[in-house]
Ligand binder design. Structure first.
Ligand SMILES: NC(=O)c1ccc[n+]([C@@H]2O[C@H](COP(=O)([O-])OP(=O)(O)OC[C@H]3O[C@@H](n4cnc5c(N)ncnc54)[C@H](OP(=O)(O)O)[C@@H]3O)[C@@H](O)[C@H]2O)c1
Length: 298
């Protein structure tokens, strides 16, 4: 397949590009730094710096949309919220505009979203038909999904990737936690009862490949392992995998003071289940957190 990928240079994108190249797909990656694409995504991957380079006569069989300014990295000022919005909804709208004018439409559009769609879910088990939340992250995901779904009017199959906390060695959540945990400074966050719906990067990539290749699958998909953990369990398992103690806890009031509304990403959570992926026969290679962490960190 000829595949266009946005966000292909990111943590998930780099793993996905590697798997797609191994399956002999031909890739084009949209990047603000096109000169870095071959090094990050693989030799032979074509880079474009703007979607204007996608001319109507150029055909892509699939479009995978993973771009997005990191949500947890800086205070959610009005300016920052706009950047978070534009880098997801803005790019998705532009992709759909290109799909509208392209002569031969892609077969499938896989577009990013996140389990933040559900807002603070408490202890309720959430499958794809659960209600949308009401906080900023939920509104962002809702608008992101709505923009992507508008590609359906052009006969394109759309899958929404409601992504959980992706566990990979070299970045993302683990990238941020490894140093403090290795220094025995790992800490439970607040009361530790909030749910963390995680997924091993290899399972994530396998599930995206399944969505790409199965014409029967469309709509939202929870991309999370079938056994989410509470923050307390996650903290204990990570400390155990690194053979370090996790003796501390970060009080909720301190995190709220330091991070403002963004602290909700740490103190609230969702107990998400990958119901649609499992019902369509997909099996996770790393369903258990202990084994997934061991595989990644050993
Ligand atoms: N990793 C997770 O645990 C997780 C969880 C839930 C949802 N997600 C979502 O899944 C997507 C991919 O995640 P990831 O972890 O691979 O992200 P990442 O490593 O931060 O990469 C995101 C990519 O998006 C592009 N990008 C970043 N800021 C941008 C901006 N302001 N304007 C345009 N493009 C921008 C970058 O490409 P260039 O620098 O090449 O332009 C970057 O490589 C993101 O949308 C993220 O929100 C990830």
């Amino acid at each position: 397949m000829q595949i266009l990928i946005t966000g292909g240079t990111g943590l998930i994108g780099r793993h996905l590009c590697k798997a797609l190249l191994a399956s002999n797909h031909r890739l084009t990656v949209l990047s603000r730094h096109p000169e870095t694409v071959a090094a990050k995504c693989g030799v032979g991957v074509k880079a474009i710096a703007s979607l204007d380079e996608w001319i109507p006569s150029q055909h892509f069989d699939a479009v995978i949309n993973l771009s997005g300014e990191p949500i947890a990295d800086a205070h959610w000022s009005e300016k920052r919220r706009q950047i978070l919005w534009d880098s997801r909804i803005g790019i998705t709208e532009k992709l759909v505009q290109r799909i509208a004018v392209t002569e031969i439409k892609p077969l499938v559009f896989l577009s990013g979203s996140a389990i933040g769609y559900y807002g603070n879910g408490g202890d309720i088990e959430l499958s794809e038909d659960a209600r949308v939340g009401s906080d900023f992250a939920a509104k962002l995901c809702m608008a992101w999904e709505t923009a992507a779904l508008s590609a359906e009017q052009y006969g394109v199959r759309v899958c929404l990737l409601r992504t959980g906390l992706v566990l990979a060695k070299e970045g993302g959540l683990l990238g941020k936690l490894l140093l403090p945990f290795k220094l025995a400074m790992g800490a439970r966050l607040g009361n530790g009862k909030q749910w963390m719906s995680w997924v091993h990067i290899d399972d994530y990539v396998a599930m995206v490949m399944a969505l790409l290749n199965n014409p029967e699958l469309s709509g939202p998909f929870n991309l999370t392992a079938p056994q989410p953990a509470t923050n307390k369990e996650f903290t204990q398992q990570l400390a155990h995998a690194l053979h370090r103690p996790a003796l501390f806890f970060a009080p909720a009031f301190f995190l709220k003071l330091a991070m403002g509304e963004r602290a909700s990403l740490l103190l609230e959570g969702q107990r998400v289940l990958p119901k649609k992926l499992e019902m369509s026969g997909n099996k996770f290679k790393h369903p258990k957190l202990e084994e997934a962490l061991h595989q990644l960190l050993s």
